[in-house]
Design a protein around this ligand. Sequence first.
Ligand code: NAD
Ligand code: LMR
Length: 330
Amino acid sequence: MTRTPVNVTVTGAAGQIGYALLFRIASGHLLGADVPVNLRLLEIPQGLKAAEGVAMELDDCAFPLLRDITITDQANVAFDGANVALLVGARPRTAGMERGDLLSANGGIFGPQGKAINANAADDIKVLVVGNPANTNALIAQRNAPDVPAERFTAMTRLDHNRAVAQLAKKAGVTVEDVKKVTIWGNHSATQYPDLFHAEVSGKAAFDAVGADQEWVENFFIPKVAKRGAEIIEVRGASSAASAANAAIDHVYTWVNGTPAGDWTSMGIVSDGSYGVPEGLISSFPVTTKDGKFEIVQGLDISEFDRKRIDASVGELAEERDAVQELGLI
Ligand code: NAD
Ligand code: LMR
């Protein structure tokens, strides 16, 4: 049976994450090995030529699932009929830039893109924001798309989730498949809370699997995961790209195809007030997914240790929301 191609829009397509992402989308890793795709690449005018080069390479791969590529600097064209949108392009922080300047510059990108999604995307649009500050950029886009259900806007904390799984597996001496139910709470920033207290290793409490080593959890695991992005920048000389692209693929694949039984994932989603996270903030939660929808995992016991860290990261998200509100971006 010939399936209708899914329209996938990628912004910042000529950047380093774009380069690691597009070939995997075109080879079927984003949606499934039997799902044809049309790629819509959005770039700023200076990025268009490089995006054309990437499109030439995509052609040269002769991917059976890749039906069509559009390259444009017009958001209305890029999001026309979009079923999945990966918002990767963002304004990076440069020397001398204050946080307010960064939020304002990104508001100038994610506000108009939210409007273009609202006006042009398909009814089933699913949006993943990768560009930093990802949670607040997602909030700006979501608030500028009032006709799209709020839950279709998500921010990426899957890279943090995958980092936490890898660190936990290493410490416990198991493979990553043995690690389940890890959670990233809060913001994709150094304040995030990577939580292993609700996680399992080979079906048992993860904390026991790491020798109930509270010192390791507090002084190694949590900072290692939360500051991994900065560590990659320092060691590699550039921010994470292939692992970020991989996490974006994982995020969308899991959203569309479901979480495996006995496990959950982490996604930045619009809070419904669960776990005391103020309604409307885009914060990372433990979620299960099924049939293209997700649900927050409910009923987890939150210790004082968890509470303090969730509140700190959520407090930062509330400050970012207040700042973009003051700037008139939402
Ligand atoms: P990059 O600088 O290599 O590429 C960004 C691309 O975006 C450039 O080609 C640029 O021309 C384009 N761009 C800028 N403004 C645009 C706009 N308005 N519309 C369309 N395209 C636009 O950066 P990168 O390494 O690919 O990273 C992209 C973003 O992802 C950064 O903000 C980075 O901090 C973020 N990131 C997030 C995570 C995460 O886990 N959430 C992980 C890694 C990186
Ligand atoms: C990461 O977590 O690797 C990135 O968000 C780091 C960054 O600042 O781009």
